[in-house]
Design a protein around this ligand. Structure first.
Ligand code: SAM
Length: 263
């Protein structure tokens, strides 16, 4: 989770990376953006930096006890998700659940749906596992991996009832904008994974990113906006940790709810 002021100053000398702030890490040069083709020899640009952070004892215990059942290893092909969940139910994927509080709340409120949470931050995975244990959830699984690769390899086309991307890292600095998740290539990939009528719900507290989201989502031919521009906050979205931080800083919030057009 990032917390920097928006001061895109170019050129500037490389700052030493701050492990608690993904936006302070030097962005590697690369030939693509999240969701784009990683052509060329350089590593693809990632939308995240895996930050240092220790798991607390409760998170470690949850990881050891519940990890084997609830955390799926990355796989190059889709697993049999019906077998994973032990039933066939509408499935929702969340990118970047952070510490997982909102994810656990939504999964508890919608037992008729199954949820796949994707996150790269190890303490976040431990935190969500702890909440799975505390709430006795059975309709939630975690993949600890880059969501772009998870979508590409582990999720079949036209298989998701919904995707939620709540408060993705805003990557304030101009030279880091290429790291933002919501870009044309990733949105095309996301849209292809939704069933017709499936819902893509994004939210951000950073207005320039909201404007980028609106432009990119509106330009994706497979998607249609459910409203004119920004959606009223859906009752189904709990306050997230990152959103609460934005509120303390006096930020606004923008929700965007699009659906995949019928075939
Ligand atoms: C700003 S935080 C928001 C967390 C949470 N959704 C909230 O609102 O509190 C964004 C999260 O997305 C995760 N993330 C960013 N890119 C990702 C990717 N490609 N795959 C998986 N997780 C990612 C980061 O590790 C971080 O925890």
């Amino acid at each position: 989770m990032s917390a920097t002021s928006d001061q895109p100053v170019l050129p500037e000398p490389p700052a030493p990376p701050d492990p608690t702030d993904p936006e302070s890490a030097a962005a590697p040069a690369a030939a693509s953006a999240p969701g784009g083709d990683a052509s060329g020899r350089r590593a693809p640009i990632r939308s995240f930096v895996v930050r240092a952070g220790r798991m607390g004892p409760g998170q470690q215990r949850a990881r050891a006890e519940l990890g084997p059942r609830f955390v799926l290893p990355f796989a190059p092909e889709p697993p049999d998700w019906d077998a994973v969940f032990g039933r066939r139910a509408p499935r929702v994927l969340e990118i970047g659940f952070g510490m997982g509080d909102a994810t656990a709340q939504v999964a508890a409120a919608m037992p008729e749906m199954d949820f796949i949470g994707v996150e790269v931050h190890p303490p976040g995975v431990g935190s969500l596992l702890r909440q799975i244990g505390e709430r006795g959830l059975t309709n939630l699984r975690i993949v600890q991996h880059d969501a772009v690769e998870v979508l590409r390899h582990m999720i079949a086309p036209a298989s998701l009832a919904g995707v939620q991307v709540w408060f993705p890292d805003p990557w304030h600095k101009k030279r880091h904008h290429k790291r933002r998740l919501i870009q044309p290539a990733l949105v095309a990939l996301l849209a292809s994974r939704l069933v017709p009528g499936g819902r893509l719900h994004c939210a951000t507290d950073w207005q320039p990113y909201a404007e980028q989201m609106l432009a990119v989502l509106a330009a994706e031919p497979l998607l249609a906006n459910t409203v004119q521009a920004y959606a009223p906050r859906p009752a189904s979205r709990p306050l997230t940790k990152f959103e609460a931080r934005g509120q303390r800083l006096g930020h606004g919030v923008w929700d965007l709810v699009f659906v995949r057009r019928p075939d």
